[in-house]
Design a protein around this ligand. Structure first.
Ligand code: ADP
Ligand code: MG
Length: 263
């Protein structure tokens, strides 16, 4: 490939899955959690992956994020096969390139919000002063500048998820992977978190892959919706989210879902 072609290819597709299968042995039988998935994810896009419980969504996300290895097939990130790396190289790559947000927040309970956000920076070798500065800045970005000393039990569900998003952003990831990030939140807080992800995508140009069983909410926020069924891509369509009144990060969201036609 010439440098030019390489550059063009690199700008377009961030993730590519080629014939990806994942089988789990369950007693005597083999469960196909993913059963031949081909998919390209464009850089800077906001992709929703929807489907019923058990359709393979978490398996998909874990494989894209290098937390799990496919049984067959290939995952390419920026054209490079993810699984060709050793476990250590894969872990380092994950830390540098990917931010994860989970349904259950996965914060370290005995650490403050600031320490939780600073943790991935410590793992990346950033010095104490700089990581505290950056963690403070990230918490301000998600509207928690006044909660930096709180531990997870001293925060609401929505605040915990905001800390988790700040932590996921700590290493300026190219890719934000979210597994049911609103699954443990009430409807209003869920809107707030979705608005935050939408803004990270729209204003910061982040590539976001969001897994959810909540089709209705995904339709309102994501640009593209892939439906999984029994480990296969059942549907893949562009979604046209109504013009969103995307709140500025850290500000109070509107009480209601934004109306169509809003700016
Ligand atoms: P979803 O996130 O859409 O609910 P999952 O990706 O978690 O679905 O699971 C897809 C299928 O794979 C389910 O049938 C599930 O029971 C099965 N599965 C997931 N993880 C394992 C595992 N570690 N061992 C055995 N089966 C699994
Ligand atoms: Mg799941």
């Amino acid at each position: 490939m010439t440098a030019l072609v390489e550059a063009a290819a690199a700008t377009d597709t961030l993730i590519e899955l080629v014939a990806v299968k994942k089988h789990y042995r369950f007693g005597e039988s083999l469960v196909a959690a993913l059963d031949g998935v081909d998919l390209k994810v464009t850089r800077g896009s906001f992709l929703g992956v929807i489907g019923r419980s058990g359709s393979g969504k978490s398996t998909f996300l874990n494989i894209v994020g290098g937390l799990d290895r496919p049984s067959e097939g290939t995952v390419l990130i920026e054209g490079q096969p993810l699984m060709a790396r050793t476990s250590d190289a894969l872990a380092a790559y994950r830390r540098a390139v990917i931010g994860f947000v989970f349904q259950s927040f996965n914060l370290v309970p005995h650490l403050t919000a600031l320490e939780n956000v600073a943790l991935p920076l410590a793992l990346a070798g950033v010095g104490l002063f700089e990581r505290r500065r950056r963690a403070q800045e990230l918490l301000e970005k998600v509207g928690l500048g006044k909660r930096t000393g709180h531990r997870p039990t001293e925060l609401s569900g929505g605040e915990r998820q905001r800390v988790a998003i700040a932590r996921a952003l700590a290493n300026s990831p190219k890719l934000l992977l979210c597994d049911e990030p609103t699954g443990n939140l009430d409807s209003r807080t869920a809107e707030e978190i979705m608005g935050m992800l939408a803004q990270l995508h729209a204003k910061d140009g982040a590539t976001v892959v969001l897994v959810t069983h909540d089709r209705e909410r995904a339709e309102r926020y994501c640009e593209r919706l892939v439906t999984l069924e029994d480990g296969r891509v059942k549907d893949d369509r562009r979604s046209v989210p109504p013009a969103l009144a995307i709140p500025t990060l850290g500000q109070e969201p509107p009480a209601q879902a934004p109306a169509e036609g809003g700016k």
